[in-house]
Design a protein around this ligand. Structure first.
Ligand code: SF4
Length: 198
C-alpha cells in the first residue's frame, strides 16, 4: 500500500485509466493488482517502426520544422503537475516541442488518450523550456496524423483528475463507478468488482 506523501508524482497513464473507470487506479495502485503491460507483438513492433519512418518523412516538414531533433520512448516528468510517463515519439526545434502517440487501432482518440497526450506535452514544455502548441496521434490502418491542442480547460481537467486519484489514495476506499456494461465486460478488473449486476 502507498500513501499520498510518497506519490507526489503519479503515472500519466493513470489519467486515462481513471477516465475509463475511477476504480482502476484503486485496484492497481492501492490494492496492487497491476495488469501486465501489453508486450508488443511482432505486428505491433513493425507498426511502430513503420510509423516512425512515416513521421520522420512527413510530419516535421508538413508543419514547417526544418531538420528537427527527434527522440523515441522519451521519459517525461512534470514537477508542476506532479506527473510522469513515457511518450512514444517527440520532435522539437529551438521553439516548439511536439509529442506523438501511436495507436495500432481506432479512428479517433478517446478523451482519456487525448488528456494523456496533452499531459506528455505539458511535461515536455516544462522540461525543455519550449512551447507546446499541438501533439499528434497516428492511428490505425489509415496512419493519418490527428492533431490535438492544449488549452486551459483541458489542463484543469488533468489537474482535477490527478486530485481525484490522490483522494482515492488518501481514503483508500473503492470509488463509485459510472462504467457502462460495455466497459465492464471488456475490463480486466471485472472479477474484483462485486456490484456489477448483469
Ligand atoms: S469492471 Fe467495471 S466497474 Fe469494475 S473496474 Fe472495470 S470498468 Fe470499473
Amino acid at each position: 500500500m502507498k500513501n499520498s506523501s510518497t506519490l507526489h508524482s503519479i503515472p500519466i497513464s493513470l489519467l486515462r485509466q481513471y477516465i475509463f473507470c475511477p476504480r482502476i487506479p484503486y485496484f492497481s495502485e492501492i490494492l496492487g493488482y497491476r495488469m501486465q503491460e501489453p508486450i508488443w507483438t511482432e505486428q505491433g513492433q513493425s507498426f511502430h517502426s513503420e510509423l516512425e519512418k512515416l513521421i520522420i518523412r512527413r510530419i516535421p516538414e508538413k508543419f514547417g520544422f526544418n531538420n528537427p531533433s527527434m527522440e523515441k520512448r522519451v521519459n517525461v516528468v512534470s514537477e508542476q503537475l506532479g506527473l510522469n510517463g513515457i511518450v512514444d515519439f517527440i520532435f522539437y526545434n529551438d521553439t516548439y516541442v511536439v509529442p506523438i502517440e501511436f495507436k495500432i487501432s481506432g479512428k479517433k482518440p478517446t478523451r482519456g488518450q487525448e488528456l494523456q497526450l496533452l499531459a506528455y506535452g505539458y511535461a515536455l514544455e516544462e522540461m525543455k523550456g519550449l512551447q507546446f502548441e499541438r501533439g499528434y496521434f497516428v492511428m490505425g490502418s489509415s496512419k493519418k496524423p490527428i492533431a490535438v491542442f492544449p488549452n486551459d480547460f483541458k489542463r484543469d481537467e488533468i489537474i482535477n483528475i490527478r486530485s481525484s486519484i490522490l483522494q482515492t489514495y488518501e481514503t483508500m476506499l473503492m470509488p463509485e463507478s459510472p462504467a457502462s456494461i460495455h466497459k465492464c465486460t471488456q475490463c480486466e478488473y471485472l472479477n474484483l468488482c462485486n456490484d456489477r449486476n448483469f
